[in-house]
Write a protein that binds this ligand. Structure first.
Ligand code: UTP
Length: 313
């Protein structure tokens, strides 16, 4: 078995669930507190021992590559002005990774996006990380999954238990828990309308063998007219052992508005320099009625909407 060193980041979707914000700005570049969403995924992959990083990108998403590039003019300016903390932040992002970029010319679906990485990946196993599935965990979720892959040599997908009434929003696996957070997958169904085979949903982390590529190449349009990764995964399941791993950690769907807001709050509450004041702000908002009233008035003033509109929020 060849070692796992590659991670593919599909970033070529339209991001319609976040319109109009993502009409021009790639959703992967929306900030979660002070880093773009994609940077969390890149840091997770690197902390999981993956150093060949492939971005699937599309027209208009050049800012993704620019973010991880050196910015000589900005660095010089910060150095000259003695802004050493900011300089260190900017330099560390520029030196963090060398990315390989592959264009997906038409957003034909996640399966098609992964297929675009075929030549860059080569004949090796690889991980896929969907950047808008942000996972907050003690140990990087890909590293948790990597252990299962290295022990078994078989494909692994990340799983999360969801309430039964939410199973229709996810790809759901069939099979059985075999202990130690591991699930033996016997089939999977994309967004089951009724009778889900389990309550375990596939989340955006996969470790796959290169054999998936010819399967993807033969996969036609599936649900929603898109080339679905799930359809090719089902063929892998049919050909041999396939595992799910119920990762430890909390997952946010930062590609849609509510999930993004939840992630922003939780990440801000953990931020090394912002958490104290931000927590106090939230306590002021939600701690008691008077404080909530005061914040509403304060916000009105900041927004220049005049005084005295004492609304409760
Ligand atoms: P999503 O469905 O979450 O992303 O796809 P989307 O299509 O951009 O978003 P909505 O649904 O319109 O809001 C999962 C991942 O697959 C990528 C997306 O960028 C996202 O990271 N993707 C999807 C591609 O790279 N290419 C595609 O053709 C489709």
């Amino acid at each position: 078995m060849k070692p796992l060193r590659t991670c593919v980041f599909p970033c070529a979707g339209w991001g319609t669930r976040f319109f109009p914000a993502t009409k021009v700005i790639p959703k992967e570049m929306l900030p979660l507190v002070d880093k773009p969403i994609l940077q969390y995924g890149i840091e997770e992959a690197r902390a999981s021992g993956l150093d060949k990083l492939i971005i699937i990108t599309s027209k208009g998403k050049e800012s993704i590559l620019d973010h991880f590039d050196r910015s000589a003019g900005l660095e010089r300016s910060l150095r000259e002005r003695g802004k050493n903390d900011l300089l260190a932040d900017v330099e560390s992002v520029g030196q963090m990774v060398d990315l390989i970029a592959v264009r997906q010319k038409d957003a034909l679906g996640l399966g098609h996006a992964v297929l675009m990485a075929r030549d860059a990946v080569g004949d090796e196993p690889f991980a896929v990380l969907l950047p808008d599935d942000v996972i907050l965990s003690d140990e990087p979720s890909l590293l948790q999954m990597r252990r299962v892959f290295e022990e078994t040599g078989r494909p692994v997908v990340a799983l999360m238990e969801v309430p039964e009434n939410e199973t229709s929003r996810y790809g759901i696996v069939a099979g059985e828990m075999i202990g130690d957070r591991r699930f033996h997958v016997s089939d999977m169904i994309e967004k089951p309308k009724s009778h889900p085979p389990s309550r375990y949903a596939i989340i955006g982390r996969y470790i796959l063998p290169p054999e998936i590529f010819p399967m993807l190449a033969e996969t036609g349009q599936g649900a929603g007219g898109e080339i679905q990764l799930t359809d090719a995964l089902r063929r892998l399941v049919a050909e041999g052992e396939f595992y799910g791993y119920v990762f430890e950690g909390r997952r946010y769907d930062a590609g849609e508005k509510l999930g993004y807001l939840k992630a922003t709050v939780d990440f801000a509450l953990r931020h090394p320099t912002l958490s104290g004041e931000f927590r106090a702000y939230l306590q002021g908002l939600f701690g008691n009625g008077k404080a909530i009233e005061r914040e509403a008035v304060g916000d009105d003033r900041i927004a220049g909407r005049g005084k005295g509109t004492r609304q409760r929020v």
